[in-house]
Design a binder for this molecule. Structure first.
Ligand code: BEZ
Length: 371
């Protein structure tokens, strides 16, 4: 299990003979990250302390992959199946991964005292610079799910120069309207908070199917010792502001974006609408069949493959480095591409297990991945 380490940013170390303060600082940062094979840190921010776990060794001039999980989960329950997927190793070995736990969601987190003002999603986004400053990363590739996807999008809107790419799973960029609130209140009369959160994470079909995965996550959430904290993150999510994305306006994501949603997922319509508001030359839309509400849990192989092409499109994974992974694609994976009617500049892609890898290049296409 990862250890919790609280390290003061202001901590001073004596200089070695002949060492300048700059060199000492760089050595200290390098040591800090080199030692970080799954070590957990906390830093203070204007909105309280934030915990994150760092894996991997830094490579010069590479962004960190920074993840942000959804409500009811933490970094492990949200991302472990994806980041520990065998084919993913070839990709992530080239990057440091910084997995953020929203406040009070880290393993062993104490319950916040009554009356504690939980940060809004915008304030959660404003905590990210403190993490990057601590680790000395100037840019990131963000991977977020649900509320975490919103937080990373808000961060990208306010700090566009520091975000090289975004993978947004199940993003709903809209504030709740009065109809949503009415439905939410009605559901609240008959459902517990854990059931409402499960309804946000998974489709009704999945919940009634009660697979092992659903049983596992129902158990995790229902018996969470920090359920009060989870409810606070849930409230912040439900009180989110509109991100106000507008195609062609200043309020849009400037970096390459891969939008991901499962077909039949609770947020399918929201992600489709989000796709219509982003720059089509920068955005890829991946609608995954048979993946339910949490594609990163149920289809890590397909998501790994899509992530690989996304990174290749950004110029990070030379095809020559990817031969083993490209060959290892399973025969069950096919991607039938479709043109999205809203998107005049979309590219048509097709992929089958025999046809070799998808062409890499700038994003701007729709893929529907099915088994
Ligand atoms: C990673 O290698 O990034 C990772 C490992 C375990 C859990 C989550 C992520």
């Amino acid at each position: 299990m990862a250890e919790l380490q609280e390290v003061q940013i202001t901590e001073e170390k004596p200089l070695l003979p002949g060492q300048t303060p700059e060199v000492a600082k760089e050595a200290e940062l390098a040591d800090r990250i080199l030692l970080d094979q799954g070590q957990t840190h906390s830093v203070e921010t204007p909105y309280g302390s934030i915990t994150f776990t760092v894996y991997g060794t830094p490579k010069p001039k590479r962004p960190a992959i920074l993840t942000y999980h959804d409500v009811g989960l933490n970094y492990k329950s949200c991302f472990q199946p994806l980041f520990q997927f065998a084919d993913m190793q070839e990709i992530i070995q080239n990057f440091v991964r910084v997995h953020v736990d929203a406040p009070g969601m880290e393993e062993g987190a104490p319950v916040f005292p009554l009356g504690y003002q939980y940060p809004s999603l915008d304030q959660l986004a404003d905590m990210i610079p403190c993490i990057l400053q601590y680790l000395n990363f100037s840019t990131i590739i963000g991977v977020g799910v649900g509320a975490g996807a919103y937080v990373l999008s808000r961060y990208a809107l306010t700090h566009p120069d520091t975000v090289e790419g975004l993978v947004l799973i199940n993003i709903d960029p809209n504030a709740k309207g009065w109809m949503d609130w009415a439905a939410h209140k009605l559901t609240g009369l008959t459902s517990s908070i854990p059931e409402m959160i499960l309804g946000h994470l998974f489709s009704q079909e999945e919940l009634s199917g009660n697979s092992e995965l659903i049983q596992k996550y129902r158990n995790i959430i229902t018996h969470a010792p920090n359920l009060e904290n989870i409810e606070l993150y849930w409230n912040s999510y439900n009180n989110r502001r509109d991100l106000n994305f507008e195609r062609g306006s200043d309020i849009t994501l400037k970096c390459p974006v891969m939008l991901v949603v499962g077909d039949q997922a609770p947020h399918e319509d929201a992600v489709v609408e989000c796709n219509s508001k982003l720059d089509p030359t920068q955005t890829s839309f991946l609608k995954m069949a048979d993946s339910g509400g949490q594609p990163q849990l149920t289809q890590p192989g397909k998501l790994t493959e899509a992530f690989k092409y996304f990174l290749q499109g950004m110029g990070y994974m030379a095809s020559s480095c990817m031969t083993r992974l490209s060959r290892s694609r399973t025969a069950s994976l096919t991607s039938a591409a479709s043109l999205d009617g809203n998107r005049s500049r979309s590219r048509t892609l097709s992929q089958s297990s025999e046809s070799g890898p998808l062409p890499s290049g700038p994003p701007g296409h729709t893929m529907e991945v099915s088994c």
